[in-house]
Design a protein around this ligand. Sequence first.
Ligand code: HEM
Length: 178
Amino acid sequence: MKGVIFSELIRWVEESYSPSVADQMIRQAQLPGNGSYTSVGTYPHVQALAMIGQLVEITGEPVNALAEAYGYWLSARFAELYPQFFVGFDDAITFLKAIDGIHQKEVTKLYPDALTPSVIAEVDGQDLLVSYASHRPFAEVAHGLIRGYIGHFGDDLVILRDETTPGPHAARFILQRK
Ligand code: HEM
C-alpha cells in the first residue's frame, strides 16, 4: 500500500493524540523501517494494521472506532494533498459516484503500482449504495472517508451499514437523505 496512507496515519496520531503516543505506537509495532515512509514508496499493509493494533493497546479504544476515525481525518487530508481530484464536484453523491474512476485512473496515474480498492456507488431510488471491496481489511477506513466527504460537501445524508456485509474486506453503506 502506498506510503501516503502510512505517513498520514502517523500524522493523524501525532495530531489527534500526541507525538509521544505516535512514537510509542511506532516503537511497539516493531516496524522494519521504524516508521519512515515516503509517499511514493510501497509497504505491506500489515504494517498499518500493526500500528492501529498498538494504538488500541495504548488508548484502549476499539479498533473499528480508531480505523473509522482515521478515515474521517484522512478525507480532509486528501482534499489538501490532492485538490485536483475535487475540481468540478459540488456534492458528496456525485463525488462518490466518481471515486472508483478517480482511484483507478487518477490515483494510479500518480502512483503506477497502486492497488486501489473497489468503491462502487450506485443510485437506488432515493438512496446511494456504496460498496467497498478490497484484499485489504479497511472497511472502517472507507466508512470514515465516506462520512468525511458527506461533511466536506455539506450534504444532508446519514450512513446506514448493511449488516449482511460486515467487513472488514467488504462493506455496503446506504446513504439516505435526512
Ligand atoms: C480524492 C479522494 C481520494 C484519494 C486521493 C484517494 C487515494 C487513495 C490512495 C493513494 C490509496 C492507496 C492505494 C494503494 O496503496 O494502492 C487509497 C486507498 C484507499 N482508499 Fe482512497 N482515495 C480517495 C477517496 C476515497 C474514498 C471516498 C473512499 C471511500 C470508500 C476511499 C477508500 C479507500 C480505502 C479504504 C483505501 C485503503 C486501501 C484498501 O482498502 O485497499 N478512498 N486511496
